[in-house]
Write a protein that binds this ligand. Structure first.
Ligand code: NAG
Ligand code: NAG
Length: 317
């Protein structure tokens, strides 16, 4: 009798601790310069972009950290020489790497417009071997957001006919970058406010990711959503994801060994133009003309191609 009681008590304790994480960093305003580094590298996805270093970004106000705001934008004044470098923009990489963790992104505005390809994502070393988790990503202002995993060989997700991920195999998806032209394992969110112009018109919102050995989950709460948990809203010192409700995207470890397919990862924030994805579906997405010519010749079309981050909070188990 007594041992049953003890056992029940212990299992309750461990269940209630499963989703509990302690804050590691809370990045706000100028703090982005401390917690992220600038990657002035050539775009591996062949975008019409010129990633600049911190000095150049600050000189041209492509990044701006002050008070409760961190802005990351592209140049929106300069017509480009078609034979010269691409549109100046910024790619940030977190100083810290994360294995099991939670990250909460409070975003007021994201880049919008034809030709834009913005992303908030996590990636391991030696891609694709350390895995990739795309939290917020899209092209040409076309929503809703798709949350996507990319891995090396041997990571599968399953869907039923309604498109929900499930344990019962009906349709199999292969997250391997070598399969199906690297579409990975995407989950398209249901909410139009999760991306682009509708996201911005609503004042943005909160994205959160949780990675554990059992699953990867991503939540989205549009600005003003009463379902936004208080701990996520205020970047509390401790968060409990067990109380966050159904995630918008759920990737169970059933047929994907998350510990093996996902190494230590950096958070990356980048904004590129055209390239392998945005360029190839430019007209299909309803944008007119040629993507590269648009980026070169219409700087003012990129006035709204900026991120405004209120904060990023990261948590460890
Ligand atoms: C920008 O982000 C996307 C995110 O998935 C990635 O595929 C692409 O390689 C990135 N481009 C650069 C130059 O960082
Ligand atoms: C730089 O950008 C910020 C944010 O948009 C703005 O508030 C500030 O006035 C800009 N500074 C200059 C010198 O243009």
């Amino acid at each position: 009798m007594r041992s049953t009681t003890v056992f029940t008590f212990l299992s309750l304790v461990s269940a209630s601790l499963a989703g509990t994480y302690n804050r590691r960093l809370r990045t706000v305003g100028e703090g982005f310069y401390e917690d992220f580094t600038f990657e002035a590298i050539p775009d591996p996805t062949h975008g019409r972009v010129n990633y600049v270093n911190r000095e150049t970004a600050e000189r041209f106000n492509l990044t701006f950290g002050g008070g409760e705001t961190f802005i990351l934008r592209s140049d929106h004044d300069t017509p480009l020489d078609p034979a010269g470098p691409g549109r100046s923009s910024v790619r940030l990489k977190s100083v810290m790497q994360y294995v099991n963790h939670v990250a909460v992104f409070d975003i007021r505005h994201m880049p919008e417009g034809c030709g834009t390809w913005p992303a908030v994502w996590e990636v391991g070393d030696n891609w694709p071997h350390g895995g990739e988790i795309d939290i917020l990503e899209g092209v040409n202002d076309k929503g809703p957001n798709a949350v996507t995993l990319h891995t090396n060989e041997g990571c599968m997700m399953h869907r039923d006919r309604q498109g929900q991920r499930t344990d019962s195999v009906v349709v199999e998806e292969n997250c391997d970058v070598a399969a199906k032209g690297n579409v990975g394992c995407p989950t398209r969110l249901g909410d139009a406010k999760s991306y682009g112009t509708p996201f911005n018109a609503n004042g943005g919102g909160h994205y959160a990711v949780e990675r554990s050995p059992q699953f990867i989950k991503v939540w989205f709460w549009p600005r003003g959503d009463p379902a936004l948990p208080e701990d996520a809203a205020k970047g509390a010192k401790v968060v409990n994801t067990d109380a966050w409700g159904e995630p918008a995207a759920f990737f169970p470890a059933n047929s994907c060994n998350i510990d093996e397919k996902f190494g230590p990862q950096n958070i990356i924030i980048n904004l590129t133009f055209c390239g392998d994805w945005a360029g190839s579906v430019f007209n299909q997405d309803g944008c007119l003309g040629d993507c590269i010519a648009h980026v070169n010749g219409n700087p003012s079309a990129f006035q709204n191609a900026f991120f405004d981050f209120a904060s990023i909070s990261t948590y460890l188990p």
